[in-house]
Structure formats: C-alpha cells, structure tokens
Design a protein around this ligand. Structure first.
Ligand SMILES: [Mn+2]
Length: 339
C-alpha cells in the first residue's frame, strides 16, 4: 500500500495536547484547587490574581495546542464577564474542553451563556472551590486530597458548610487549623514569587503536609510578626465613616489588614487598600461582620465598574480594583450604600 502524502502532513496543525489549569494565586483555595486538578489530570498550572486574570486567559487561549482548560476559584465581574464568555466561546469553537469550577456569585445571564456553549460548570456558592473540585473528581484523587481541600475550606471560612465540615471532621481540628494557617501565610507572603507558588502547588500535588515542606513554619512566624505590626498600625491609622471603617496601607498587603480594620472599628464593614504604584490603581479588600446584611460583593461589583474599575466576590468578603483618582469617591459612595 502506498501512503499518499496529503496536504495535512506538510501543513500539519499542531497536535492538541495541552491541559492547563488557570487558578487563583492569592489564597489556599486557589492553590489547593490547582493542586487537586494537577493530581487528577496532570498538565500545566497557571496562577493569577484578579488584575492579571484576563491577560493570562487570553495568553492560554492563544496556544493552538490547548486541548483542555480548567478555570478554578476565579469569580467574574461586570467588567470582565462578557470578555470571559467571548474568549471561552472561541475556545469551544476550537473544541477545547473547558471546566469552570467556582463558588463566587455569578450573573445568571452569564451562567446561561456559559452553559449554552457547553462549558462544564461546577458552581456552588455554598462550598469552597477546592471542596467542589474534590467532590467532583475524588475517584481520580488520593486520600490526602481531602486534607488539601480541608485547608482551603478553613481559609475560605467555609469549613462550616455541609461538605466542608464533614471533611474537616476526619482530621484533628487543631492539626488542620495550624496546617491551613501556615499554608496561607506562605501563600500570602510569596505573592511576588510565582515560582514558589508553583512549587507549593507541586508539593501539595505530591501529598505533602505544610509541615513537610521546608521552612514553612519559620516563614509563617515571620508573617505573624508582620501581622502584629500591622495590627498596631491599623489601631492608630484607620479612619471611621458612618457605616464603614477604612485604612490605607503602604508597605503591606490590604488583605492582611482588612480583618483588623473590621474588628477594631466595631463597624459592620471594613475596607483596606494599597496603591499599586506602577498601575495607577488601588487594590482594595473588603470584609463584612457577621451582622452585615449587605451583599458586599454585588455592591462593590457595580460601584467599582461605575468608577472605571472592577470588583466583586462574596457577600462578606470581596475585593476591588479602583483607579487612583477615584478612591475617595469609592469610599464615600460605598458608605452611602450601606445604610
Ligand atoms: Mn475561594
């Protein structure tokens, strides 16, 4: 038999082989989700924060070899949701398999659009993303994966949920708490060290406990000391409005300070923000107290978009990116909406 040399062999399209998981890099839920996907499916991990989310997605989408894409723990906002659907629609036309796993509130119209293009949606606001990943893919995961998911549930304040709490019960509570905390401090303290974050994903994929990863406890101690200093700064420097308290940080991240702003102010909403000097924006962290009745993520999503920024998240924990010149307007308008 003579093999006919066809056009396709000379102009062969690159083989679609690549599996990529795009996940959130700022907390244990994103890192743990990435590790569980990696254990179940292998492939490459790409870690992003919210400001870098769309740029990374576009870069991944531009790779002709992409075959399978997982997107984990990355909520959508009014600013980016349409573009998100557009990019995923193009990928689906190329027959890329896409699974979106998340627990942030999602616009119902966007959800329908994603379902219509057959993006596999694993979405539930009642459990953290890692628990959703574990539940969906447990047949492909080892026993240690439960512990990785539990650490994420703890740091996302979702260890009281139906599945999260059941999984936590399998472990000594203090052991799980200290492991989750040390993991979180190592993640938060290495935000500018992408290689270390990927190393953490790898170690969790390999079923290591945080205490088995070299120097994690020493590093956590340094972070704890920094937090104690932030506590003192917040006590002195936070400002109080009628319905919220806020604090600008210069030398530490906003997310580390925001719970202190909430706690020390006795208000139901705390805001902490830090300038990203090279971007001309503020990165803003927002937390609500147990008594806070407002859906903060939704309010912030609308308000930040109106001011030329972006934002969103959960009812009691969310974030925003606000143009530098609009920060005071944001605080004043936000304060007005909380009555
Ligand atoms: Mn999460």
């Amino acid at each position: 038999m003579v093999l006919k040399k066809t056009k396709t062999t000379t102009k062969a399209k690159p083989k679609k082989l690549k599996l990529v998981c795009l996940s959130h890099k700022e907390d244990a839920d994103g890192i743990s989700s990435a590790a569980l996907i990696r254990q179940a499916f292998g492939g490459d991990t790409v870690l992003v924060d919210y400001p870098g989310q769309m740029e990374s997605l576009e870069k991944i989408a531009s790779d002709d070899k992409l075959k399978t894409l997982f997107i984990c723990d990355l909520g959508l906002s009014k600013k980016n949701q349409d573009e998100f659907v557009q990019i995923l629609t193009k990928l689906r036309k190329r027959h890329v398999s896409i699974t979106y796993i998340d627990h942030h509130p999602i616009n119902s119209k966007i959800r329908k659009q994603l379902e219509k293009i057959s993006v596999k949606m694993i979405h539930d606001v009642n459990e953290c993303t890692s628990v959703l990943v574990y539940t969906k893919f447990k047949s492909k995961l080892n026993e240690h994966a439960i512990f990785v998911a539990v650490c994420a549930a703890i740091t996302d304040y979702m260890d009281d949920r139906p599945i999260g709490s059941k999984l936590l019960q399998m472990f000594d509570r203090q052991f799980a708490l200290i492991s989750a905390t040390v993991l979180t401090y190592n993640i938060v303290g290495h935000q500018k060290d992408p290689d270390y974050l990927l190393y953490l994903v790898e170690e969790l994929t390999e079923s290591k406990y945080p205490h088995e990863i070299p120097n994690t406890y020493e590093f956590a101690q340094i972070q704890v000391e920094k937090l104690a200093q932030i506590m003192t700064k917040v006590k002195k420097g936070m400002k109080i409005m009628k319905n919220l308290a806020y604090m600008e940080l210069s030398d530490s991240g906003a997310s580390g300070a925001v719970n202190f702003v909430l706690g020390f102010s006795d208000k139901d909403v705390g805001v902490a923000f830090k300038e990203r000097v090279d971007h001309g924006i503020y990165a803003v962290s927002i937390r609500g107290s147990k008594d806070c009745k407002f859906p903060l993520g939704n309010i912030v999503n609308t308000l930040a978009t109106d001011l030329g920024g972006s934002g969103g998240g959960h009812n009691k924990a969310c974030g925003a990116v606000i143009p530098k010149s609009k920060m005071m307007t944001f605080l004043k308008e936000f304060n007005k909406k909380l009555h």
